[in-house]
Design a protein around this ligand. Structure first.
Ligand SMILES: Cc1cc2nc3c(=O)[nH]c(=O)nc-3n(C[C@H](O)[C@H](O)[C@H](O)COP(=O)(O)O)c2cc1C
Length: 197
């Protein structure tokens, strides 16, 4: 018998709404431990681009992440507002892959995501400019130490929401094959199928 926690979902039938399942897997928005997700976009040169970001929030409208206005991903999303995220639970044998369209998130959400970020990450977003990145390491350490704050506002910060069109839940199992459930958005709701792999 598979141990609880390894299954994709608790019941015998998968829930009709994948966002319900995502809610059961993801921490609540007020949990300070934010999931680290791999965010993939399409580069302006046509090649995939990827990096780690924190998942700031999640609700029925989608998966929110925040970033610096000047970052490459912002330019890429302006050119093609599509993305995927991969959420990995390394110790728990779970993975969630979400693909969809990206829309700008509200200023209020950006402000609250900014204030919820750890001090180190706020300082990083504030100080780590192109000019700072080009400095020798000694100078970078000196400037970091000399910085007396404040870390500014969320003005340099912009938020997006990934609206899912496809969600794939993957769960390992110690005593049987891993299980994948893929949900695709349809005109009336969601279709769901089990996949190998
Ligand atoms: C654990 C971790 C969390 C990160 N969280 C964020 C984040 O929430 N937002 C962000 O813009 N960058 C974050 N970064 C930095 C990005 O990975 C990336 O280097 C930066 O956003 C520039 O990406 P781009 O040039 O592809 O736009 C994080 C990096 C790590 C390792």
């Amino acid at each position: 018998m598979t141990a609880p926690g390894w299954e994709v979902h608790a019941d015998t039938a998968p829930p009709a709404d994948p966002l319900e399942l995502a809610r059961a897997w993801l921490p609540a928005d007020d949990d300070p431990e934010r999931p680290r997700v791999t965010l993939s976009t399409v580069g302006e040169d046509g090649y995939p681009d990827a990096r780690t970001v924190l998942l700031s929030a999640f609700d029925d409208t989608g998966f929110a992440f925040h970033t610096a206005r000047t970052s490459r991903k912002v330019a890429e999303l302006a050119a093609l507002p599509r993305a995927s995220i991969v959420v990995l639970w390394p110790d728990f044998g779970r993975q969630l892959v979400v693909r969809g369209d990206v829309v700008p998130d509200g200023d209020d959400q950006a402000a609250s995501a900014w204030s919820a970020r750890p001090e180190y990450l706020r300082r990083l977003a504030y100080l780590n400019t192109e000019e700072h990145a080009a400095l020798p390491q000694g100078e970078r350490i000196a400037r970091w130490a000399a910085f007396a704050g404040p870390v500014g506002t969320a003005a340099s910060w912009v938020g997006y929401r990934l609206r899912p069109r496809e969600l794939t839940f993957w769960a390992a199992a110690p005593d049987t094959a891993s299980r994948r459930l893929q949900y695709l958005r349809t005109a009336g709701g969601w279709s769901c199928r089990a996949l190998p792999g």
